[in-house]
Design a protein around this ligand. Structure first.
Ligand code: ATP
Ligand code: SF4
Ligand code: MG
Length: 396
């Protein structure tokens, strides 16, 4: 059975345009500013990775544009799908778009699947909601979709209940449901986080197969830079509810211009750097989004922070000639060709006493950006990077 593809935009390559999106939640303790002025565009067929630590606003950003946040959420800004504003639509209007044009894949497949129905019925229903086809045709489509996402023996497996499948298979079923109506946009929110590494690879492969099959654009939300490196075309780095850097995968991995992005890369073990490569963990935790103080939110963790960082939050500005690479740091122009070890390097650590010696980095010497290394030593205990490197090697 074939189901016609949704009419694809030809006038523009942009399928999704998020502009200055902000979301806050009134709570008993005050206003939680979960998303603060996020803007990005998603082009037809591309994969945009959104990466950031827990609580940085990755999920809330996507839930807002899918119309899936609780009514208490205060949402401002704009999110346009093929030019049509999504924010402000009521649930009935959004349910015509969700699944058909925009589909979401969540972290835990068990919350997306109904335990009392066979998976074939659940996939077929996703088709029937938006298409006037026979039940038999929808069932055949279910079998086809299971094939695309790599489920072996799909003709038999289509009769299985969710509990008869492994976690990785269930996630592939969820991907099959998401692609059932050939949506233009799929948003996968930490689709592999709950799975072990081998199964993660299978699920990412299934996601890629699904994306290629229907030509959808994909927003891939993850805290795993390895996933981004292997699967995304462009990357948005989020921190404390904002985008702090965005660009192509090469921009972010080879030319990062914001200390947080630099630190994320430095804390990632790389096979091309051999056994002696040192990791540079970012010490500390992200700020609370309740009553966020003024200044740069990364300031308490940033070895390059200066007085201005206490007072003024940096804007996200273009840092390349092409206008594709943006970063939010007062000193991004000075972070050209900078390595994580130039900024986050440590020479010796005593974890028990939280005593840290900061390396005499080239960057410090060259630009005098870091004035008070004693302060850094006092306030930023750093884990034993050699230990971290060793452990990660053992684990692999
Ligand atoms: N319904 C809600 N009410 C109040 N605060 C909320 C609500 N939903 C989310 N938040 C807060 O918004 C912030 C952003 O949450 P979000 O779930 O988007 O983070 P995330 O980047 O997806 O993190 P994770 O990687 O853990 O999934 C967090 O501080 C979270 O506590
Ligand atoms: S603005 Fe200041 S605190 Fe923020 S990342 Fe840049 S140097 Fe660090
Ligand atoms: Mg999340």
């Amino acid at each position: 059975m074939t189901i016609e593809l949704n009419a694809r935009s030809t006038a523009t390559d942009t399928v999704l345009e998020v502009d200055n999106l902000s979301v806050s939640f009134p709570t008993e303790d005050g206003l939680v500013k979960a998303v603060r002025g996020v803007s990005y565009t998603l082009r037809r067929g591309e994969t945009l990775g959104i990466v950031g630590e827990s609580g940085s606003g990755k999920s809330v950003t996507s839930l807002a544009l899918m119309g899936l946040l609780p009514g208490s959420a205060k949402i401002t800004g704009s999110a346009r799908f093929r030019g049509e504003e999504l924010l402000g639509k009521n649930d009935r209007e959004m349910s015509k778009i969700r699944g058909k044009h925009l589909a979401m894949i969540f972290q835990d497949p068990l919350t997306s699947l109904n335990p009392v129905y066979p998976i074939g019925k659940q996939i077929a229903e996703a088709v029937l909601v938006h298409h006037d086809v026979s039940k038999r045709a929808a069932w055949e489509r279910a079998v086809d979709l299971l094939k695309v996402v790599g489920i072996p023996f799909p003709e038999q497996r289509v009769n299985n209940y969710p509990h008869e499948m492994s976690g990785g298979m269930r996630q592939r079923v969820v991907i099959a449901i998401a692609m059932a109506n050939n949506p233009e946009v799929m948003i996968a929110d930490e689709p592999t986080t709950a799975l072990d590494v081998t199964v993660q690879a299978q699920v990412l492969e299934a996601l890629e197969a699904a994306r290629t099959e229907i030509g959808a654009a994909l927003v891939l939300i993850t805290h795993d830079l390895g996933v981004i490196a292997g699967h995304a075309d462009r990357v948005c780095v989020m921190y404390a509810g904002k985008l702090v850097e965005s660009g192509t995968v090469d921009d972010i991995f080879y030319r990062p211009r914001m200390p947080y992005a630099l630190g994320l890369l430095g804390s990632l073990p790389r096979v091309d750097e051999g056994r002696d490569a040192r990791l540079t963990p970012i010490v500390g935790t992200p700020p609370s989004l309740l009553n966020l103080p003024p200044g740069c939110p990364f300031r308490p963790r940033c070895p390059l922070a200066q007085d201005i960082c206490d007072e003024v939050e940096p804007d996200l500005v273009t840092v390349d000639a092409g206008g594709q690479h943006t970063a939010a740091c007062h000193f991004s122009t000075q972070l050209v060709d900078t390595q994580a070890t130039d900024v986050f390097a440590v020479t010796s650590v005593d974890v028990d006493t939280e005593e840290v010696a900061v390396a005499d980095t080239d960057l410090v010497a060259d630009t005098d950006l870091v004035a008070d290394t004693d302060l850094i030593a006092d306030t930023r205990p750093v884990a034993d990077t050699r230990l971290a490197a060793d452990t990660s090697e053992d684990a692999s």
